[in-house]
Design a protein around this ligand. Structure first.
Ligand code: SAM
Length: 310
């Protein structure tokens, strides 16, 4: 990432000294700042800004920051969370898609010297390059009040990028939180659950009501915390096979595992049956009853020649 140090094109540091004059815990003051800069909320960017001080405190506390930590924030909005993070961490690097928030953030972050804001789409950023900003930090936490329309792609972008972080605290739609933390067997348990729980320990931190945001969203929200595993909790020979098996198992929920796997993996039924037998998993079970451990055993029993129907 070029130019996160200094005020360059598309990039803004928290500059200037002096006291922070805006109290964003006061919704009226936030409205006034937004109004002053003629800012209009964009629904398509999932812009619902936090105005509940208790929720802000809970998010910052959940990140478990120490003074030498860096924070990567996605979607700082008006900088409400950003400012609190800056008080607790060594530095904050925030990525915001909406360039029209630049003057708002400039005002809100005036006097805060350890924040850099980069304007861009986090999904298109080279995260490994951005992480160089944190080379003098002892650890990195991610904090995001995520735009709900891109929650899942952003989560996987973070988890698959390989960038090291000790904690991610993310606000997601309640239903997504239910799916991320679901145990096997229920209707919330799905491919997303298994894919995320393979990579990180996930827990709910806090339920957040609609009234905690301006404008109020149409859905309830939940703050979740993810702590990536140094090594996955189950051992698989080939992760691609694991994810293919998981996707196939959940693609057709009404079907038995045998049928789902045969269709989803594009193999003959007898080959799917052999893999299930090797894994000691009954072929009449449904995909949503399998634990992560069972999916791993099944993936390891999957032989390469069964990957395609001959
Ligand atoms: N953090 C602020 C808060 O809590 O008040 C704002 C949260 S708001 C739910 C989501 C923010 O993410 C918005 O500022 C929006 O413009 C920004 N955003 C949306 N899509 C984005 C993307 N792909 N990359 C970076 N920021 C994005």
């Amino acid at each position: 990432m070029g130019g996160t140090d200094g005020v360059t094109d598309g990039v803004m540091d928290g500059v200037m000294d002096g006291v922070m004059g805006v109290d964003l815990q006061q919704p009226r003051q936030l409205q006034q700042v937004l109004h002053r800069h003629d800012f209009h909320f964009k629904k398509k960017l999932g812009q619902n800004f936090l105005i509940n001080s208790g929720v802000l405190d809970a998010i910052v506390a959940a990140a478990g920051l120490i003074a030498t930590d860096g924070v990567f924030e996605i979607g700082p909005g008006a900088g409400t969370v950003t400012r609190r993070l800056a008080q607790r961490a060594k530095k904050v690097l925030a990525v915001e898609k909406d360039g029209s928030l630049q003057p708002v953030l400039q005002e809100v972050l005036a006097g805060v010297s350890n924040v850099q804001v980069h304007f861009g789409d986090v999904l298109e950023e080279d995260l490994a390059g951005m992480w160089r900003t944190f080379s003098d930090c002892t650890g990195v936490a991610i904090v995001a009040n995520l735009p709900y329309y891109v929650t899942t792609p952003i989560l996987f972008h973070l988890l698959d990028s390989g960038v090291p972080f000790h904690t991610a605290v993310v606000m997601v739609q309640k239903e997504v939180a239910d799916r991320l933390t679901a145990p096997p067997g229920g209707k919330e348990y799905g491919a997303l659950t298994v894919a995320v729980q393979y990579r990180a320990r996930v827990e709910k931190v806090l339920q957040v009501s609609r009234g905690s945001f301006t404008p109020a969203p149409n859905v309830e929200s939940t703050v979740v915390r993810l702590r990536p595993y140094p090594t996955p909790p189950v051992s698989v020979k080939d992760e691609q096979v694991l994810f293919a098996v998981v996707r196939a198992a959940f693609a057709t929920r009404r079907k038995t595992l045998l049928n789902s796997l045969a269709v989803g993996m594009g193999v003959k039924k007898e080959d799917a049956a052999k893999a299930l037998a090797t894994a000691c998993i009954q072929s009449q079970r449904r995909g949503e009853t399998l634990s992560l451990e069972e999916f791993a055993v099944l993936a390891n029993a999957w032989e390469p020649q069964r990957a395609t129907r001959d």
